[in-house]
Design a protein around this ligand. Structure first.
Ligand code: ADP
Ligand code: MG
Length: 634
């Protein structure tokens, strides 16, 4: 029994080793065999040469040859790697064993380098996965039962000791602590947690012991979903890559046809020897193959995605990285995006029979059923004032307008000015309202049974980083605008403070969507930044929808193309800059790959480029474009 376990673990180790270093080992064997074969040639042990070179060819080429053959057989597609192997065999067939061996060796070496470098981007993702703790302590009948994280169920209560990683998504039921949520939000400053607050799997508990009630099964935690998104992002190829791949298929066939022509025409027309023609053809096959072109995009895009992930920016695919790099305008939602979204009640005014308290009670009673930031603020204020909330029912939320419903059996509306049904305001009331709007306050009105009962002014603070973030974007040459459902005067004030160039206010959610379309026509491609609460249509309509705060809403994770894990506005410019760098590097790569290819092809026909030089140029340019792409990791 034990022996078999040891055996199987050693098999696993060997498998892992082979997966990681197999290409390097094959390359080393290939190099050794080639060198010994060359020495044998020098020492005129010619009977040794062929088997040794054969070994070199097999060690260095079997992997790609096998893959290439499978592509050919099952997908009826020509893989450029296969062309390399064919070229080497072609060279060998006319006695140029050595040149063929150089080709195979460098080809294998660059393959090994490529796989190591690409694993580097993969490692970043794997390091996120390691954040999942394996076990948790479940409290049951006053006992601590160690349980595997994947066996945790909703409703389980887990004990999280200081310094431990939290194993599940849940709500704190007991204890206070500060939790480092960097793994989720990219933000290293610990966040205070006390009973009632959400905690996330993979985050690190600080000084206090916490009791947490599990709210999500292991596969549904935020961390699990993030990992899934990043994995999907890696396999989703951007349009540019798809284009190159289609091009590769056609082009590779053209190269083969070209090589056949080079092999056949000169001997027939100009009396070349077959050897010379085959050599030229193989040489052409190598330098004209689009290996560098094929490696121009994906390594760069993967490196960009993984760079983003490390900075708390989740790209749902390479396409969105490229897209955000070419936006010309950025549209911000106001509430919860440019502002904190944590409103505070500043003034309550009564117009009707009831007093201020009655106005607040009515509003808060109804809003207790709503999730809007305004609703939360009103409920909080009522709590602070120690008010008991009346019974409410039948809530109807009209996005961008307000809420309707029954409070104590009377119909009540809490709405914006546009949602009012009651008669117009009196002059003094209107003046007060205008002043508050100038101060950036948000005004809502309370109606009961069609009578205007009062108005409430709420203040929302601009996020401290907003002006700086907007400024950076403007310096990058982007048009920065704000879209909001709030009143024009209020929006103007906040927009001025933030430094945005245009303010579009009093927009219903579907109007926001139309505005995004208009902006797209006026400025070119637009990135819409929202908190995902009521901006879903606009996020979807923009070229790149960017949601703030993955830890906040589920909608954010689903509708947006890019998710800023923390509520950090400065990441917007980082994401755009990263996209721009990616696009720049991809362009460089493609231009470089093409030029090298053209030069080498010209060199083969009119210059001094023989097979070894062609191989070095060809593989060298492939490695260079990959390394150039990996600069995006930094
Ligand atoms: P934003 O575009 O700033 O995110 P919304 O579209 O959510 O704002 O709302 C626009 C306006 O509609 C608010 O300023 C408010 O006047 C009104 N409103 C929306 N929802 C509510 C609500 N639950 N209670 C009261 N007023 C609301
Ligand atoms: Mg909003």
């Amino acid at each position: 029994m034990e022996a078999s376990i040891a055996e199987s673990t050693s098999k696993v180790h060997w498998g892992m080793f082979w997966e990681k270093h197999g290409m390097a080992v094959s390359t080393a064997v290939c190099a050794l065999a080639a060198v010994v074969a060359w020495l044998a040639g020098r020492m005129e042990l010619s009977s040794w040469e062929a088997p040794l070179y054969g070994m070199a060819y097999i060690a260095g080429g079997y992997r790609k040859a096998w893959e290439g053959l499978q592509t050919l057989l099952y997908e009826h597609d020509l893989d450029v790697d296969l062309l390399m192997v064919v070229a080497a065999l072609g060279a060998a067939s006319i006695g140029f064993w050595q040149d063929g061996a150089v080709l195979i060796l460098i080809f294998s070496l660059s393959g090994a380098l490529e796989s190591y470098t690409l694993k580097k981007t993969d490692n970043d993702i794997r390091s996120i996965m390691k954040l999942r703790p394996e076990t948790a302590l479940v409290l049951k009948d006053r006992q601590e039962i160690p349980t595997r994280a994947e066996d945790l169920r909703r409703g389980d209560i887990i004990l999280v000791k200081p310094g431990e990683r939290i194993a599940a998504d849940g709500v704190v039921t007991e204890g206070v602590s500060a939790v480092n949520q960097a793994s989720i939000t990219g933000e290293a400053i610990p966040v205070d947690k006390d009973p009632g607050q959400d905690v996330f799997a993979g985050t690190i508990n600080g000084y206090g012991t916490l009791l947490v009630t599990v709210t999500k099964a292991a596969k549904d935690t935020l961390l699990a979903r993030i990992i899934k998104l990043v994995q999907e992002a890696q396999s989703e190829r951007p349009p540019s890559q798809l284009f190159i791949e289609r091009f590769e298929g056609v082009y590779a066939k053209a190269v083969v046809a070209g090589a056949i022509l080079v092999m056949a025409v000169p001997p027939l027309l100009w009396g070349w020897t077959w050897e010379a023609a085959i050599y030229k053809a193989m040489n052409f096959l190598v330098v004209a193959s689009p290996c560098a072109l094929v490696s121009s995009i994906m390594p760069a895009v993967l490196a960009g995605i993984s760079n983003g992930a490390r900075h708390g920016i989740l790209f749902k695919g390479g396409a969105h990285l490229e897209a955000i790099g070419s936006v010309q305008a950025v549209a911000f939602d106001k509430t919860g995006t440019l502002t904190e979204g944590a409103l505070q009640v500043r003034h309550v005014v009564s117009f009707g029979q009831g007093d201020e308290t009655e106005v607040l009670r009515l509003a808060a009673g109804l809003e207790a059923l709503s999730e809007h930031p305004i609703a939360k603020a009103l409920v909080q204020e009522a709590k602070n004032r120690g008010l008991s909330l009346p019974e409410a029912s039948g809530l109807q939320a009209v996005p961008g307008v307000g809420v309707y419903g029954l409070v104590a059996k009377q119909s009540v509306r809490v709405v914006s000015e546009a949602g009012l049904t009651a008669p117009a305001l009196e002059k003094s009331e209107r003046e007060a309202m205008e002043t508050w709007k100038e101060q950036g306050k948000t005004i809502v009105f309370v109606e009961r049974e069609g009578n205007l009962e009062g108005m409430i002014a709420l203040q929302d603070a601009l996020r401290p980083q907003a002006p700086e973030a907007v400024n950076v974007l403007r310096q990058m040459g982007l048009r920065v605008v704000m879209l909001t459902g709030d009143a024009q005067a209020t929006a103007n004030t906040l927009g001025r403070e933030a430094g945005v160039q245009d303010v579009y206010a009093e927009l219903l959610p579907e109007q926001k969507l139309q505005f995004v379309r208009q902006l797209t026509q006026r400025h070119g491609s637009v990135a819409m930044i929202g908190d995902g609460v009521n901006d879903a249509p606009a996020l979807a309509a923009s070229e790149v929808g960017v949601a703030m705060g993955a830890a906040g809403t589920d909608v954010a994770l689903e509708t947006a193309k890019v998710v800023l894990m923390a509520d950090d506005l400065s990441k917007v410019s980082y994401a755009i800059e990263l996209g721009r760098r990616t696009n720049r590097i991809v362009k460089q790569n493609i231009a470089f790959a093409f030029s090298v290819m053209l030069c080498l092809v010209a060199g083969v026909f009119w210059g001094e480029v023989n097979l070894p030089i062609g191989v070095v140029g060809h593989e060298g340019s492939t490695i260079l474009v990959i390394l150039n792409g990996l600069r995006l990791l930094r």
